[in-house]
Design a protein around this ligand. Structure first.
Ligand SMILES: [Mn+2]
Length: 234
């Protein structure tokens, strides 16, 4: 098991993580106004990074992901010169560093119009993510949280397409312990910041991921991310 002292954060550290997350929310609301069909993934990724820096980010938690259409099938795809088109899903995964601590959030949105399968998969990921958040509480095993997300996605028939773990701790580094996956023996404790980020990636079609960064407490979570999660089509 990983060292609990490294996973539980002080109030001062948690405030810095909340601040980084707040920058992410402001950035996302700007991007919803900014993003238009015809823009390249790289142009939108650049705008995300420019906006985070303008908000006061001292650095980025990791290179921004902005992928669209078939590129959303790669969970950690890099933004390309591909233009964002009507009918695309767009997945944006990004984070600001505030006072040395990382933010991390992901939202997937639609452009113009979406088909029934895209909407259905979005709904499954959202239900898995919501249930995963509801399962997080001090004393609960990280594997149990992963099981909750994985179970909902498997029951919907997409189990083979959830190809990564459910989440991770966050701090000075964007990927810290605990690890929320099927093999983890970590247990959640009060004041651990963790992400919950299930996804479904259907080869040659599209992918969806939704990620929040939350602080675990004895009664549940305090969600540091407030951006909407109902399906947004711009
Ligand atoms: Mn993450």
């Amino acid at each position: 098991m990983n060292e609990i002292a490294n996973m539980v954060k002080t109030p001062e550290e948690l405030m810095k993580i909340l601040k980084a997350a707040a920058m992410g929310d402001l950035c996302f609301s700007h991007i919803l106004e900014f993003i238009k069909p015809g823009m390249t993934e790289l142009a939108v990724a650049d705008e995300i990074e420019r906006t985070l820096r303008k908000l006061g980010a001292q650095a980025l938690s990791f290179p921004t992901i902005c992928v669209s259409g078939v590129n959303t099938t790669k969970p950690h795809g890099e933004p390309s010169e591909k233009r964002i088109e009507e009918g695309d899903l767009v997945t944006m995964d990004f984070g600001a560093v505030a006072d040395g601590y990382c933010g991390d959030m992901t939202r997937t949105i639609g452009i113009g119009h979406l088909d029934e399968e895209q909407k259905k998969v979005y709904d499954v990921v959202l239900r898995a993510q919501t249930a995963g958040l509801a399962a997080c509480k001090a004393g609960v095993s990280c594997k149990a949280v992963d099981d909750v997300c994985r179970g909902i996605i498997a029951d919907a028939g997409y189990g083979e397409y959830f190809v990564h773990g459910t989440g991770h701790g966050v701090g000075k580094e964007v990927h810290e312990t605990p690890v929320l996956n099927a093999k983890s023996d970590d247990v959640l404790a009060e004041y651990m910041p963790v992400t919950v980020e299930p996804g479904i990636y259907i080869p040659e079609k599209f992918g969806v991921r939704i990620e929040d960064l939350v602080v675990v407490t004895d009664f549940g979570i305090i969600n540091a991310v407030h951006s909407p999660k109902e399906l947004i089509v711009v």
